[in-house]
Design a protein around this ligand. Structure first.
Ligand code: AMP
Ligand code: MG
Length: 498
């Protein structure tokens, strides 16, 4: 049997409980991520065999359920944790990176509260598709190693027919969340919090200096992550602090979706009635979550002088906005074919997060790119234009036919031309656009209908989608149906949170 490690559970025994997954009645692999398996050093044939199946269904020793807390939709919830999941353990992959193997849908744990501990097939496949796409698009993310059916049928979540029960085997840099540190601080105090901080630094941000350095590193990583989501039109949907990973990976894709028509206030989650986690709110919410992170770090930042701790943490948090703007400007420049130099930044803003390692000095030009982007997004919204479709058409050469009133677009295009310049790097920036603007994204309606088919027993469409989103940047014969603009999706709602 594969030896998995549990360095986290050993270092922080207060924050997990030994727990074994339920034995599923009739487990079967629906999708195995063979390329990820190979990266992990796991032989796909072995995984399909009896020992591999024992691993994938959690029938191994040493597994734990992790405790965490969190702010959900703005309210503190001290008692969360893996209610329907276990941490199988850690392994070192073929590149030397330590990763968690985690199993979702594995039955009730001591953290289950009222829940049944089960996971329906649709949401587990959704999480797999979203993770594969984001990974292929170069965005830090947890990924699915496998999706299995358990052989059970489980109670309907949203008043529909019972769904097949499923397991998601997830690979992540770790499952340590802002909510993990909140749990340490709220239930255990500074000693455990300090020990957790040390563990997170060693594991994820080794150049960070102490808790303040960790705050800076996580701030920088989240600024980068959310900037990339925004550029792709991704709406996470449930940015609670327990769904924000300290590694900087995106995690817990429940009722998430991609923009079709560009809309700043787009909300796709049926549980987000107030629109707290709308597309355009995501950078502000990331900072809000980081502020909750900072609060629980205060006692370990400076135990003697609370005001000094607050001042130091505030200074670090003030670095979020410039870091976000720099990351967004850099990514936007790539999407618009504007040479990189024009989007890199100068000035004091770039130094605001000293140890984050991300905030490349913004730009002579960074502000111009930001302003150009803001006007573009207003234009897309005003004329109800597909987010991904616009950038794809721009990469191909001419998005003008997308606009019902082309005049404002033409004016915008002139400004873009100015920023592209006539220098030698213009051509390479144009080439780079193809690597920044996907042709295929997991479109809401396509994903939904694929998940419905899987629910009804036909996994074909979702398997095709998993293959397509793993190569999102070039048109592929036979995939034309996945390459067009969406159908608007203003009223699209996803219920896949549970
Ligand atoms: P999520 O909305 O998936 O981020 O989960 C929020 C919290 O609810 C976590 O503590 C989950 O473990 C828990 N949870 C979600 N669904 C279930 C379920 N079916 N059974 C038990 N716990 C659950
Ligand atoms: Mg969660």
């Amino acid at each position: 049997m594969l030896p998995l490690q549990q360095t986290y559970a050993e270092a922080l025994p207060e924050l997990s409980v030994p727990w074994r997954a339920d034995l599923p009645p009739d487990p079967a692999i629906l999708w195995l991520n063979e390329s990820l398996a190979v990266e992990l050093g796991l032989d796909p044939d072995w995984l399909r065999g009896p020992e591999g199946m024992a691993l994938l269904t959690g029938q191994i020793d040493g597994t734990v359920a992790q405790a965490y807390a969190g702010h959900q939709f703005g309210s503190a919830n001290p008692q969360l944790g893996d209610g329907r999941a276990v941490l199988l353990g850690e392994l070192i992959d073929t590149t030397g990176r330590r990763v968690d193997l985690h199993l979702k849908g594995s039955g009730r744990t001591p953290f289950a509260r009222g829940g049944d501990g089960k996971a329906p097939l649709g949401p587990m496949l959704r999480e797999a598709v979203i993770g594969e796409f984001l990974h292929a698009a170069g965005v830090p993310t947890t990924r699915a190693l496998a999706v299995l059916t358990t052989g059970e049928r489980i109670a309907p979540r949203q008043g529909v027919t019972p769904e097949p029960g499923a397991l998601l085997v997830r690979v992540a840099a770790s499952h340590l969340r802002v909510g993990t540190v909140q749990a340490a601080a709220w239930h255990h105090g500074p000693e455990v919090t300090g020990r957790l901080v040390d563990h997170v630094i060693t594991r994820h941000h080794p150049s960070a200096d102490g808790p303040l350095g960790l705050l800076a590193a996580v701030t920088g990583a989240q600024a980068e992550l959310v900037a990339q989501w925004m550029l792709l039109g991704f709406v996470h949907g449930v940015m609670n602090t327990d769904n924000m990973a300290l590694s900087g990976e995106g995690i817990d894709y429940g009722p998430c979706a991609f923009l079709d028509v560009h809309r700043n206030q787009a909300v796709f989650s049926s549980i987000d009635r107030g629109g707290r986690y709308a597309y355009g709110n995501q950078p502000g919410i990331a900072l809000w979550n980081l502020s909750r992170f900072a609060e629980v770090l205060l006692p370990v930042i400076d135990a003697e002088d609370p005001q000094r701790a607050v001042d130091a943490a505030t200074a670090v948090l003030e670095g979020f906005e410039p870091a976000y703007r720099a990351a967004h400007a850099r990514g936007l420049a790539a999407k618009l074919g504007i040479p990189v130099g024009a989007a890199s930044a100068t000035g004091p803003a770039g130094d605001a997060i000293p140890t984050a390692g991300h905030a490349a000095a913004p730009a002579a030009g960074g502000d111009d790119v930001t302003a150009l982007g803001a006007d573009l997004f207003s234009l897309l919204e005003a004329q109800a234009i597909d987010h991904t479709g616009f950038f794809h058409a721009l990469t191909d050469g001419d998005p003008e036919p997308l606009f019902t009133d082309p005049d404002p677009y033409r004016e915008w295009a002139v400004r873009r031309e100015t920023l592209r310049g006539t220098g030698p790097d213009r051509a390479s920036a144009a080439d780079a656009m193809a690597a920044a603007n996907p042709v295929v994204i997991p479109r809401n309606l396509a994903l939904d209908s694929a998940l419905r088919a899987a629910h009804l027993g036909d996994p074909g469409p979702v398997l095709d989608l998993l293959e397509a989103v793993a190569e999102p940047f070039a048109p592929v014969p036979g995939r034309e149906h996945l390459e067009g603009a969406g159908e608007g999706g203003d009223d699209f709602l996803t219920y896949c949170g549970t």
